[in-house]
Write a protein that binds this ligand. Structure first.
Ligand SMILES: Cc1cc2nc3c(=O)[nH]c(=O)nc-3n(C[C@H](O)[C@H](O)[C@H](O)COP(=O)(O)OP(=O)(O)OC[C@H]3O[C@@H](n4cnc5c(N)ncnc54)[C@H](O)[C@@H]3O)c2cc1C
Length: 317
Protein backbone atom coordinates (compact mmCIF):
# COMPACT_ATOMS: atom_id res chain seq x y z
CA UNK A 1 0.00 0.00 0.00
CA UNK A 2 1.48 3.34 -1.09
CA UNK A 3 1.46 6.12 1.56
CA UNK A 4 1.01 9.77 0.41
CA UNK A 5 2.78 12.48 2.43
CA UNK A 6 1.16 15.62 1.05
CA UNK A 7 1.90 17.79 4.09
CA UNK A 8 5.33 18.60 2.60
CA UNK A 9 4.01 19.73 -0.80
CA UNK A 10 5.20 23.33 -0.31
CA UNK A 11 8.67 22.33 0.98
CA UNK A 12 11.90 22.22 -0.97
CA UNK A 13 12.91 18.55 -0.90
CA UNK A 14 16.64 17.92 -0.53
CA UNK A 15 17.79 14.34 -1.19
CA UNK A 16 21.02 13.26 0.54
CA UNK A 17 22.74 14.36 3.74
CA UNK A 18 26.38 14.68 2.76
CA UNK A 19 28.02 18.09 2.75
CA UNK A 20 25.98 19.23 -0.29
CA UNK A 21 22.59 18.26 1.16
CA UNK A 22 23.28 19.57 4.67
CA UNK A 23 24.63 22.91 3.42
CA UNK A 24 21.74 23.33 0.95
CA UNK A 25 19.16 22.75 3.68
CA UNK A 26 20.91 25.19 6.06
CA UNK A 27 21.37 27.82 3.37
CA UNK A 28 17.66 27.70 2.49
CA UNK A 29 16.60 28.29 6.13
CA UNK A 30 14.13 29.66 7.18
CA UNK A 31 12.45 28.36 4.01
CA UNK A 32 10.83 24.98 4.87
CA UNK A 33 12.95 22.04 3.72
CA UNK A 34 12.28 18.31 3.82
CA UNK A 35 15.63 16.49 3.96
CA UNK A 36 15.42 12.85 2.83
CA UNK A 37 18.35 10.55 3.35
CA UNK A 38 18.94 6.85 2.93
CA UNK A 39 20.81 6.15 6.18
CA UNK A 40 21.09 8.19 9.38
CA UNK A 41 21.65 11.94 8.93
CA UNK A 42 25.19 12.43 7.58
CA UNK A 43 25.96 8.70 7.50
CA UNK A 44 26.98 6.63 4.47
CA UNK A 45 28.25 9.76 2.75
CA UNK A 46 31.60 10.38 1.09
CA UNK A 47 31.60 13.66 2.98
CA UNK A 48 32.05 11.93 6.32
CA UNK A 49 34.99 9.97 4.90
CA UNK A 50 36.90 12.95 3.48
CA UNK A 51 40.29 13.35 5.07
CA UNK A 52 42.38 16.09 3.56
CA UNK A 53 40.25 19.17 3.98
CA UNK A 54 39.25 22.19 1.91
CA UNK A 55 41.52 24.22 -0.39
CA UNK A 56 41.37 28.03 -0.23
CA UNK A 57 43.99 30.69 -0.92
CA UNK A 58 44.16 32.05 2.63
CA UNK A 59 47.93 32.19 3.24
CA UNK A 60 49.93 35.45 3.17
CA UNK A 61 51.96 34.14 0.23
CA UNK A 62 48.88 33.05 -1.72
CA UNK A 63 46.24 34.51 -4.02
CA UNK A 64 43.24 33.35 -6.06
CA UNK A 65 45.44 33.85 -9.16
CA UNK A 66 48.09 31.40 -7.89
CA UNK A 67 45.40 28.91 -6.85
CA UNK A 68 43.87 29.19 -10.32
CA UNK A 69 47.24 28.67 -12.03
CA UNK A 70 47.84 25.47 -10.01
CA UNK A 71 44.29 24.26 -10.75
CA UNK A 72 44.57 24.86 -14.49
CA UNK A 73 47.98 23.12 -14.57
CA UNK A 74 46.61 20.07 -12.72
CA UNK A 75 43.54 20.07 -14.99
CA UNK A 76 45.87 19.82 -17.97
CA UNK A 77 43.58 21.62 -20.41
CA UNK A 78 40.31 20.13 -19.15
CA UNK A 79 39.20 22.96 -16.84
CA UNK A 80 36.75 25.68 -17.74
CA UNK A 81 38.94 28.58 -16.58
CA UNK A 82 36.04 30.95 -15.84
CA UNK A 83 34.21 28.38 -13.72
CA UNK A 84 37.42 27.42 -11.91
CA UNK A 85 38.19 31.10 -11.20
CA UNK A 86 34.68 31.72 -9.81
CA UNK A 87 34.80 28.64 -7.55
CA UNK A 88 38.27 29.46 -6.21
CA UNK A 89 37.37 33.09 -5.55
CA UNK A 90 34.37 31.89 -3.53
CA UNK A 91 36.37 29.44 -1.39
CA UNK A 92 37.07 31.80 1.56
CA UNK A 93 33.38 32.80 1.67
CA UNK A 94 32.34 29.13 1.57
CA UNK A 95 34.61 28.46 4.54
CA UNK A 96 33.16 31.46 6.39
CA UNK A 97 29.69 30.10 5.77
CA UNK A 98 30.69 26.67 7.15
CA UNK A 99 32.08 28.47 10.20
CA UNK A 100 28.76 30.29 10.64
CA UNK A 101 27.14 26.81 10.80
CA UNK A 102 29.51 25.79 13.62
CA UNK A 103 32.45 24.19 11.77
CA UNK A 104 35.73 24.96 13.55
CA UNK A 105 38.77 24.90 11.28
CA UNK A 106 42.13 24.03 12.83
CA UNK A 107 44.00 27.20 13.80
CA UNK A 108 47.34 28.02 15.39
CA UNK A 109 47.42 29.60 18.88
CA UNK A 110 47.55 33.07 17.24
CA UNK A 111 44.27 32.34 15.42
CA UNK A 112 45.66 31.83 11.90
CA UNK A 113 44.38 28.89 9.84
CA UNK A 114 46.71 25.88 9.89
CA UNK A 115 47.15 25.25 6.18
CA UNK A 116 48.49 21.97 4.75
CA UNK A 117 50.22 21.30 1.45
CA UNK A 118 48.68 18.69 -0.86
CA UNK A 119 48.86 17.24 -4.33
CA UNK A 120 49.34 19.84 -7.08
CA UNK A 121 49.14 22.92 -4.83
CA UNK A 122 52.25 25.11 -4.85
CA UNK A 123 51.22 26.84 -1.60
CA UNK A 124 49.99 25.66 1.78
CA UNK A 125 46.24 26.09 1.33
CA UNK A 126 44.40 23.04 2.73
CA UNK A 127 42.33 23.93 5.77
CA UNK A 128 41.46 21.02 8.07
CA UNK A 129 39.02 20.35 10.84
CA UNK A 130 40.34 17.86 13.39
CA UNK A 131 43.42 17.07 11.26
CA UNK A 132 42.79 14.43 8.61
CA UNK A 133 39.38 13.63 10.08
CA UNK A 134 38.03 16.77 8.39
CA UNK A 135 35.02 15.24 6.66
CA UNK A 136 33.67 13.52 9.77
CA UNK A 137 34.16 16.65 11.88
CA UNK A 138 32.50 18.94 9.33
CA UNK A 139 29.55 16.57 8.87
CA UNK A 140 29.19 16.26 12.65
CA UNK A 141 28.99 20.06 13.07
CA UNK A 142 26.49 20.44 10.21
CA UNK A 143 24.30 17.57 11.46
CA UNK A 144 24.16 19.31 14.85
CA UNK A 145 23.15 22.56 13.20
CA UNK A 146 20.50 20.90 10.99
CA UNK A 147 19.03 19.14 14.03
CA UNK A 148 18.64 22.55 15.74
CA UNK A 149 17.11 24.31 12.70
CA UNK A 150 13.30 24.37 12.99
CA UNK A 151 12.66 24.93 9.26
CA UNK A 152 14.32 21.59 8.36
CA UNK A 153 12.37 18.33 8.69
CA UNK A 154 14.63 15.28 8.45
CA UNK A 155 13.43 11.85 7.34
CA UNK A 156 16.08 9.14 7.71
CA UNK A 157 15.99 5.66 6.20
CA UNK A 158 14.33 6.95 3.02
CA UNK A 159 15.69 5.93 -0.37
CA UNK A 160 14.40 7.97 -3.30
CA UNK A 161 13.68 5.63 -6.20
CA UNK A 162 11.93 7.76 -8.83
CA UNK A 163 11.09 11.38 -9.61
CA UNK A 164 7.50 11.93 -10.75
CA UNK A 165 6.43 14.32 -13.48
CA UNK A 166 3.04 15.74 -14.37
CA UNK A 167 2.70 17.50 -17.74
CA UNK A 168 6.47 17.39 -18.05
CA UNK A 169 6.98 19.24 -14.75
CA UNK A 170 8.40 17.67 -11.58
CA UNK A 171 5.58 16.76 -9.24
CA UNK A 172 7.01 14.45 -6.59
CA UNK A 173 9.15 11.53 -5.51
CA UNK A 174 8.59 7.83 -4.99
CA UNK A 175 10.61 6.52 -2.07
CA UNK A 176 11.28 3.26 -0.30
CA UNK A 177 11.08 3.37 3.50
CA UNK A 178 11.20 0.76 6.25
CA UNK A 179 7.41 0.93 6.50
CA UNK A 180 6.82 0.60 2.75
CA UNK A 181 6.66 2.81 -0.35
CA UNK A 182 5.94 6.53 -0.03
CA UNK A 183 4.87 9.22 -2.47
CA UNK A 184 5.89 12.77 -1.57
CA UNK A 185 4.41 15.53 -3.76
CA UNK A 186 7.03 18.23 -4.48
CA UNK A 187 7.87 20.65 -7.24
CA UNK A 188 11.28 21.80 -5.97
CA UNK A 189 13.77 18.96 -5.54
CA UNK A 190 17.53 19.14 -4.98
CA UNK A 191 19.46 15.94 -5.68
CA UNK A 192 22.52 15.93 -3.41
CA UNK A 193 23.13 12.21 -3.71
CA UNK A 194 26.89 12.17 -4.27
CA UNK A 195 28.90 10.28 -6.86
CA UNK A 196 29.19 6.78 -8.28
CA UNK A 197 32.57 5.53 -7.01
CA UNK A 198 30.88 2.56 -5.32
CA UNK A 199 30.30 1.03 -8.76
CA UNK A 200 34.00 0.15 -8.97
CA UNK A 201 35.31 -3.03 -7.41
CA UNK A 202 38.28 -1.13 -6.00
CA UNK A 203 37.07 2.10 -4.45
CA UNK A 204 37.57 4.33 -1.44
CA UNK A 205 33.98 5.62 -1.41
CA UNK A 206 31.00 4.19 0.49
CA UNK A 207 29.69 1.23 -1.52
CA UNK A 208 26.12 2.63 -1.42
CA UNK A 209 27.47 5.48 -3.50
CA UNK A 210 26.53 4.17 -6.95
CA UNK A 211 25.06 7.12 -8.80
CA UNK A 212 21.41 6.72 -7.92
CA UNK A 213 20.88 10.48 -8.11
CA UNK A 214 22.34 10.55 -11.60
CA UNK A 215 19.91 7.81 -12.61
CA UNK A 216 16.97 9.66 -11.02
CA UNK A 217 17.86 12.84 -12.90
CA UNK A 218 18.38 11.05 -16.20
CA UNK A 219 15.05 9.22 -15.95
CA UNK A 220 13.33 12.54 -15.25
CA UNK A 221 14.79 13.91 -18.47
CA UNK A 222 17.94 15.74 -17.29
CA UNK A 223 20.84 15.82 -19.73
CA UNK A 224 23.94 14.29 -18.18
CA UNK A 225 27.28 15.93 -18.96
CA UNK A 226 30.97 15.18 -18.37
CA UNK A 227 30.26 11.66 -17.13
CA UNK A 228 33.84 10.58 -17.85
CA UNK A 229 35.09 12.67 -14.91
CA UNK A 230 35.54 10.21 -12.08
CA UNK A 231 38.27 11.05 -9.60
CA UNK A 232 41.15 8.61 -9.59
CA UNK A 233 42.94 8.67 -6.26
CA UNK A 234 46.48 7.29 -6.36
CA UNK A 235 46.83 6.00 -2.81
CA UNK A 236 44.78 3.57 -0.73
CA UNK A 237 45.65 1.00 1.90
CA UNK A 238 45.69 -2.55 0.55
CA UNK A 239 44.90 -4.22 3.86
CA UNK A 240 45.47 -7.98 4.16
CA UNK A 241 41.83 -8.59 5.08
CA UNK A 242 40.39 -6.65 2.13
CA UNK A 243 37.75 -8.46 0.10
CA UNK A 244 36.39 -7.42 -3.29
CA UNK A 245 33.46 -5.06 -3.14
CA UNK A 246 34.46 -3.52 0.18
CA UNK A 247 35.92 0.00 0.08
CA UNK A 248 39.66 0.38 0.71
CA UNK A 249 40.85 2.89 3.30
CA UNK A 250 42.07 5.99 1.52
CA UNK A 251 45.59 7.30 2.17
CA UNK A 252 45.14 11.07 1.98
CA UNK A 253 46.97 13.28 -0.52
CA UNK A 254 48.30 15.05 2.57
CA UNK A 255 50.80 12.18 2.86
CA UNK A 256 52.40 13.29 -0.40
CA UNK A 257 51.99 16.92 0.57
CA UNK A 258 54.11 16.17 3.62
CA UNK A 259 56.85 14.75 1.40
CA UNK A 260 56.04 11.08 0.79
CA UNK A 261 56.79 9.76 -2.71
CA UNK A 262 55.17 6.85 -4.52
CA UNK A 263 57.44 4.06 -5.69
CA UNK A 264 56.72 0.75 -7.37
CA UNK A 265 58.14 -2.64 -6.37
CA UNK A 266 61.42 -1.75 -8.17
CA UNK A 267 61.57 1.40 -6.00
CA UNK A 268 61.18 3.61 -9.08
CA UNK A 269 59.21 6.78 -8.50
CA UNK A 270 56.09 6.60 -10.66
CA UNK A 271 53.97 9.49 -9.38
CA UNK A 272 55.77 12.82 -9.09
CA UNK A 273 55.13 14.73 -5.87
CA UNK A 274 53.31 17.57 -7.57
CA UNK A 275 50.92 15.56 -9.66
CA UNK A 276 47.31 16.14 -8.61
CA UNK A 277 44.90 13.49 -7.40
CA UNK A 278 42.88 13.33 -10.60
CA UNK A 279 43.94 11.49 -13.70
CA UNK A 280 45.21 13.90 -16.36
CA UNK A 281 44.11 12.80 -19.82
CA UNK A 282 47.73 12.72 -21.00
CA UNK A 283 48.72 10.05 -18.50
CA UNK A 284 49.70 6.81 -20.14
CA UNK A 285 48.17 3.44 -19.31
CA UNK A 286 51.43 1.70 -18.32
CA UNK A 287 51.78 4.28 -15.55
CA UNK A 288 48.27 3.50 -14.37
CA UNK A 289 48.91 -0.20 -14.23
CA UNK A 290 52.11 0.22 -12.25
CA UNK A 291 52.68 -2.75 -9.93
CA UNK A 292 51.09 -2.71 -6.52
CA UNK A 293 53.02 -0.76 -3.95
CA UNK A 294 54.74 -2.67 -1.21
CA UNK A 295 52.88 -1.84 2.00
CA UNK A 296 53.40 1.76 3.11
CA UNK A 297 56.19 2.20 0.55
CA UNK A 298 54.83 5.60 -0.37
CA UNK A 299 55.18 6.73 3.19
CA UNK A 300 58.66 5.53 4.00
CA UNK A 301 60.02 9.01 4.66
CA UNK A 302 57.25 10.01 7.06
CA UNK A 303 58.26 10.79 10.57
CA UNK A 304 56.51 9.28 13.56
CA UNK A 305 55.10 12.57 14.83
CA UNK A 306 53.31 13.17 11.56
CA UNK A 307 51.39 9.92 11.69
CA UNK A 308 50.08 10.57 15.15
CA UNK A 309 49.37 14.29 14.99
CA UNK A 310 48.72 15.51 11.46
CA UNK A 311 47.35 12.29 10.00
CA UNK A 312 45.60 10.40 12.79
CA UNK A 313 43.03 8.77 10.49
CA UNK A 314 45.64 7.36 8.08
CA UNK A 315 47.72 6.34 11.07
CA UNK A 316 44.82 4.41 12.62
CA UNK A 317 44.09 2.56 9.37
C1 LIG B 1 37.80 8.68 1.31
C2 LIG B 1 37.49 10.03 0.70
C3 LIG B 1 38.31 11.12 0.96
C4 LIG B 1 38.03 12.37 0.40
N1 LIG B 1 38.83 13.44 0.73
C5 LIG B 1 38.49 14.70 0.28
C6 LIG B 1 39.23 15.85 0.68
O1 LIG B 1 40.17 15.77 1.44
N2 LIG B 1 38.85 17.06 0.21
C7 LIG B 1 37.79 17.20 -0.64
O2 LIG B 1 37.48 18.34 -1.06
N3 LIG B 1 37.06 16.11 -1.05
C8 LIG B 1 37.40 14.89 -0.60
N4 LIG B 1 36.65 13.80 -0.99
C9 LIG B 1 35.53 14.01 -1.89
C10 LIG B 1 34.33 14.59 -1.11
O3 LIG B 1 34.17 13.87 0.08
C11 LIG B 1 33.07 14.48 -1.95
O4 LIG B 1 33.26 15.10 -3.21
C12 LIG B 1 31.91 15.17 -1.24
O5 LIG B 1 31.85 14.80 0.10
C13 LIG B 1 30.61 14.84 -1.93
O6 LIG B 1 29.57 15.36 -1.12
P1 LIG B 1 28.07 15.11 -1.52
O7 LIG B 1 27.24 15.75 -0.46
O8 LIG B 1 27.86 15.54 -2.93
O9 LIG B 1 27.89 13.50 -1.52
P2 LIG B 1 27.97 12.47 -0.31
O10 LIG B 1 28.73 13.02 0.83
O11 LIG B 1 28.40 11.15 -0.86
O12 LIG B 1 26.45 12.37 0.17
C14 LIG B 1 25.49 11.71 -0.62
C15 LIG B 1 24.25 11.51 0.26
O13 LIG B 1 23.17 11.08 -0.57
C16 LIG B 1 22.54 9.95 0.05
N5 LIG B 1 21.84 9.22 -1.02
C17 LIG B 1 22.39 8.69 -2.16
N6 LIG B 1 21.41 8.17 -2.93
C18 LIG B 1 20.24 8.37 -2.26
C19 LIG B 1 18.88 8.08 -2.53
N7 LIG B 1 18.52 7.46 -3.67
N8 LIG B 1 17.93 8.42 -1.64
C20 LIG B 1 18.27 9.07 -0.48
N9 LIG B 1 19.54 9.38 -0.17
C21 LIG B 1 20.51 9.04 -1.04
C22 LIG B 1 23.71 9.22 0.71
O14 LIG B 1 23.26 8.28 1.66
C23 LIG B 1 24.41 10.44 1.31
O15 LIG B 1 23.75 10.88 2.48
C24 LIG B 1 36.91 12.53 -0.45
C25 LIG B 1 36.09 11.43 -0.71
C26 LIG B 1 36.37 10.19 -0.14
C27 LIG B 1 35.44 9.03 -0.41
Amino acid sequence: MMEYLDRFASHVVVVGSGLAGLVTALTLAPQPVLLLTRAALGAESSSAWAQGGIAASLGDDDSVGLHLADTLAAGDGLCDADVAAAILADAPAAMASLESFGVQFDRSPDGAYLLGLEAAHSRHRIAHVAGDGSGAAIVHALVEKVSRTPSITVMEGIEVRRLLKTDDVLSGLICASRSGPLVIPATRIVLATGGLGGLYETTTTPSGNYGQGIMLAARAGAKLADMEFVQFHPTALDAANWSAGRPLALVSEAVRGEGAILVNDRTSVFWPINRGPSLPHAMSLPELSAPKLPKAAGCSSMRERLWGKALPTVSRE
